[in-house]
Write a protein that binds this ligand. Structure first.
Ligand SMILES: Cc1ncc(COP(=O)(O)O)c(C=O)c1O
Length: 392
């Protein structure tokens, strides 16, 4: 195992000494280079004017696309900037021209917002949604997924890491099946980006959504969409604008050929620039090294929690990530979260909307989510467990 430079990680994270931040699946603490880039850009806008700064810093703004492409192992033309993962997922999903009787296969780990969009399509277009069951470990059942595939299936949706648990779904195995069947594959990598290596070639996904503020440590209000080149020209966004489809004359436009066809022109340019820097920053640590560090922290926390009276761990799957979820016999998770917050420990409780299908099936109590990042330490885990002991 490569030694992780935790001193540097913490020196470059202003917020980490002020509290114990175990809410990285909500939003991570941005590192100094990201936060400063954001503040500096906003200051320049204040002093020089937004359009002027945008023109002057065009190359740096454009770097976001190159950085995202490097992160995902794709081409910059396959990346769109969005203001959230939800916006990215919806842009991809609503671009499909589903017909009555078409089927969509989806995992139980889908995020609540995606579930609403799926239900909306089912209601308005007569699309049939099939929730692929989980295997006994709680991850998507690959054999069942294979059996579900037929000529009516027009899309496969998977959430790689759910909002409310440590599960890592076998996204590459799903990719193999989707590719063999020639079915587009939409991957929600919102909680995976920045904590695991995510390579679209290795995963075999055709569309992928992610957000900036979680494990990538970018600013709020940023997200990205990846669209495989071979699918790009077949997918026409459900809403167009003059950036996605520049006007040729007063009565004609031409849809862009790259993934920017899914974008709008107006956005926070400061956030876009800082998001690119956040991706660069993650890449300087290396996603393999980050994932290794996070795994050892999360394993240590799980091990300590198992030994506490009344604590039940809730994470599923054969591979588990930085999101540690549990319930306690003594206190409901929302009360526990509030008590921890009073002790300057940031966690969250998992709302039903995080993974409604899975929560409905599992019928677990409200869960507390302690999500770790590489700048967290084993000492913080000790403190977290000690505080928890006092509360239970
Ligand atoms: C798995 C998953 N997908 C999608 C989203 C939505 O991300 P955003 O809030 O950036 O739209 C979340 C947010 O928590 C998530 O956890």
């Amino acid at each position: 195992m490569v030694k992780f430079d935790i001193t540097r990680a913490r020196q470059e994270t202003r917020g980490c000494e002020q509290q114990l931040h175990f809410n990285n699946a909500g939003a991570s603490l941005p590192p100094i280079p990201v936060a400063d880039a954001l503040y500096d850009y906003l200051r320049e806008e204040e002093e020089q004017g937004g359009y002027e700064v945008m023109a002057r810093r065009a190359v740096e703004l454009d770097h976001f696309y190159t950085a995202a492409a490097q992160l995902l192992n794709c081409a910059a033309e396959e990346i769109a900037f969005t203001d959230s993962a939800t916006r990215a997922w919806n842009a991809a999903f609503y671009a499909f021209d589903f017909q009555s009787g078409d089927r969509i296969l989806a995992s139980s780990a889908e995020y609540g917002s995606s579930l609403v969009a799926l239900l909306h399509r089912a209601k308005c277009h007569g699309v049939e949604i099939t929730w692929v069951p989980d295997d006994p470990t709680g991850q998507i059942d690959i054999g069942n997924l294979e059996n579900q595939i037929d000529g009516r299936v027009k899309l496969i949706c998977l959430t790689q890491v759910p909002s409310g648990g440590g599960l890592v779904n076998p996204a590459a195995e799903v990719g193999k099946l989707a590719k063999a069947a020639g079915i587009p594959y939409l991957l929600d990598a919102c909680q995976a980006l920045g904590q695991l290596p995510v390579d679209v070639e290795q995963l075999g996904c055709d569309l992928l959504c992610g957000t900036g503020r979680k494990f990538l440590r970018g600013p709020r209000g940023t997200g990205l969409l990846y669209v495989r080149k071979s699918l790009l020209e077949q997918l026409e966004p459900d809403q167009l604008n003059h950036h996605a489809a520049p006007l040729l004359s007063a009565d004609s436009y031409q849809l862009r050929k790259d993934a920017k066809r899914f974008e709008y022109w107006e956005r926070s340019y400061a956030a876009q620039l800082a998001f690119g820097i956040a991706i660069d920053y993650a890449l300087t640590w290396g996603l393999e090294a980050i994932s290794e560090r996070i795994s050892s922290l999360a394993a240590s926390l799980r091990q300590k929690l198992i030994n506490l009276d009344g604590v039940t761990l809730a994470d599923q799957g054969t591979e588990q990530c930085a999101i540690v979820t549990f319930s306690t016999a003594q206190l409901p998770a929302d009360q526990l979260q509030q008590q921890l917050s009073l002790r300057k420990i940031n966690t969250s409780s998992v709302p039903f909307s995080a993974n409604p299908v899975s929560s409905d099936l599992r019928r677990h109590p409200l869960l507390l989510r302690a999500s770790l990042h590489y700048y967290n330490t084993f000492e913080e885990i000790e403190r977290f467990v000690a505080e928890l002991k006092q509360l239970l």
